[in-house]
Design a protein around this ligand. Sequence first.
Ligand code: PEP
Ligand code: MG
Length: 582
Amino acid sequence: MTLAIKGIAVSRGVAMGRTHLLERGRPDIAETCIPHEHLEDEIARLHRAIDIANMQLRQIQEKIPRSTATNIAAFIDTHLLMLNDPALSDAPVEIMRSRSCSAEWALKLQLDSLVRVFDEMNDPYLKTRRDDVIHVVDRILRILTNMNEELPLHDGAQFLQNRIVVADDLTPADIVLLQHQGMIAFITESGGPLSHTAILARSLKLPAIVGIRHAKRYLLNDEDIIIDGDQGIVLSKATAPIKTYYEDKQRSSRQHYSRLNNLKSKPTLSLDNITVQLHANAELPEDMQTLRDTNVDGIGLFRSEYLFMNRDDLPDEEEQFNAYSKIVSAMSGKPVTIRTLDLGADKALKNMQQSECPTNPALGLRAIRLCLKDPGLFMPQLRAILRASAIGPVRLMIPMLSSTEEILQVINIVDNIKMELRRLKIDYDENIPVGGMIEVPAAAITSHLFARHLDFLSIGTNDLIQYTLAIDRIDEDVNYLYKPSHPSVLFLIRKIIEAGENAGIPVAMCGEMAGDPEYTRLLLGLGLREFSMQPNAILEVKNIINHSRISTLESASLDVLQCEHADESLTLIQAINSQQHQ
Ligand code: PEP
Ligand code: MG
């Protein structure tokens, strides 16, 4: 009989293969005292273990294929940073000195106190960082207790060819290594959708299910199983009809993606010959390689804050200029929209002061508010962006605007910098478009006023939905309320598009909603002509646009605006989606 186990679906897709049960457990720690005269040797042993852990992580980093998205390397960087943080390198030494205890015991005590701090945090995203700390400490403990070879380190050998790994937990570093060795999907007993491991699985397109408690008790080693990453279901001892069903599902999904690949060189054009711009969202200059391959119309959102994160210092004007120039050159004449720093809330700098972490960080001193308050942060960035505009088409985009005063302040600063650059005979684009993200309800409601001062608008639905519906976008407990189809959200989207149409300026959307195929036709009907999204979603959305007749979507979309609640809108949206070639 088929056994079906339900877990949390964190990365889509179907995988069929044999299990590989990863047995490594957590190292057992003896509470050993160390005589005073041996304490220095014991401290040196701890430092050696940390050095080895550093080396292991760097080796893993080198194994990441160049074509892999850069945020993957960033996950490993996070572990390297933690490993070298005084909380793990110095604090245990102090514990050893004060308690004369072994390196393992001191690390364990320090881990317990760090985990307590994380457990007391209310922020679910930060809470998930607790797992990262445990992973890093476990790595050091395994080295100290000679449980080092926790993973099959058969370099290059496809040791896990077509295997589905089942583990208590996996770190982002594990995932990179295991995929390198042939793993096609994974299941873990712990974890949640916001963990770095889950985010990484989605980036690597590895079907994954987490949170199946005692999975290793239900599944045998070397057993044939099926993972349905869409539904979060693991099937073992599947009957022939179930296998056939999933084989068909896999085959049609493969065919679908290979058909989509043919679209790369085709224009984005609706059935009634309306051209739509498809842009990509990017985080780091290294992402350009992947984007060139997808043949996008430009970068609709470059999240510049990622250049500032995970480091002790700030990038100066020159470093930023080099980074922006690299992107602009790589896009060979296609427009690059550089968003100025959107720091604050969940994107804090390493060295941000406590006072900059208020009770409601999402409503606090973030993004443009922070930049206008701190010219030392803002001016070098604006100068770097303006200088990069001499190399190719650049659009300057301001996040989190909530009033026209902020726009006027930014324009004034930009004008002053232009004057200065002219005086110094430094090249820049005199007509660089300055646009604003519309992601605060105040900006959406008064978007007709914003449109008077800006060259383009871009709808940031991630924040617009969060602020309109009063739902913290990273709080798991209220996730169920996060609905792009809520009448208030749809009303505001149409309002913003209309403001752009009346002012004769382009309106783009760069929030996640722009890359969700469910909403493509609705957005076309509401008048959106520029979409910016994560690169993986581009061909899917292009396919829908190329099979849509926009003129017939307009009245159907206006009907959706009349719906009273989110589920009613969604039903109507699904009806629009199910009608082919309209
Ligand atoms: C948004 O809010 O929709 C957006 C694109 O910005 P971010 O997700 O970086 O806040
Ligand atoms: Mg935003």
